[in-house]
Design a binder for this molecule. Sequence first.
Ligand code: MG
Length: 328
Amino acid sequence: MHITTEPLDLHLRTTFTLATGSSDVRHNVLVRVDEGLGEAPIVPYYKETTQGVMDYVAQVAPTLGDDPFQLEDILARLPRMSAAGRAAIDVALHDLVGKRLGIPLYKLFGLNPARAPETSFTVAIDKPGAMATRAQESGMPIIKVKLGAGDDVAIVRAIRNATNARLRVDANAGWTREQAAAIIPQLAEFQVEFVEQPLPREDIEGFHWLKPRVKAPIFADESAQTERDLPRLAGAIDGVVVKLMKAGGLRGALRTMAVARALDMQIMLSCMVESSLGVTAAAHIAPLADYADLDGPLLITNDPFVGLRYEGARMILPDGPGLGLQTQ
Ligand code: MG
């Protein structure tokens, strides 16, 4: 199989500020394996780089072989260094297999696309009034509010006053234990559904410390990279945020989901800042999730692909072969 990479620069509609930093553009990588396509999202927080992913793909190219149907063997041979690179290769191989078989990926996985949950829409960190305006103007019924870098309670109050949308919050590892224990109870009056990654990535003990001190459901994102991270979080979290980029692709995401179910955790399927390529791949397995946070294409201005469509918060999966993508 022939594999190539090219840069895929995505421009954000508004400066995207999280507890971990700000960006106006993300420098992702497009990966082609024959006629299959995959996307490696480059997230500064995870210390991946555009060049690093391109080098990784070039390095593993000779190990791919000729048969895309031997997915498990091919993926097992990939070194673990780059989760984003592995995710892009995994998605490109699945796209290729679906195209060779002439069926969409959700069918390959045996899934009913009507079961995909509605997606949230992300409002990144800004002044409380600006965040409230963005939430209101989106018209979306589920808003994910980024917190952890400022006046968190004022932000959620302003958004609650501006919209009746369901609210979820994501601190992106931005709070200490004491801050989390103080802030989370104050969010109850604004009907926040759950709190994502309140604590630093490494503070697993902190999740166990926090759990009995707050009522709101807690989800882990940065602390839960793969299924291997879940057993030590069991009992301390209510749900896990699954992303292809963390799990190393669709197959890794399915493994993470299976382990999460065995540990009685709920599942939110989410994305990074990604084009319709990476997000449509995730959407094909969204029927297995309780919640979806797959709004990447809504956050960027130069999406090169058409795949997943949105009717408000409802996600409509394409039914073409493989990912079912078309170029703009
Ligand atoms: Mg998150």
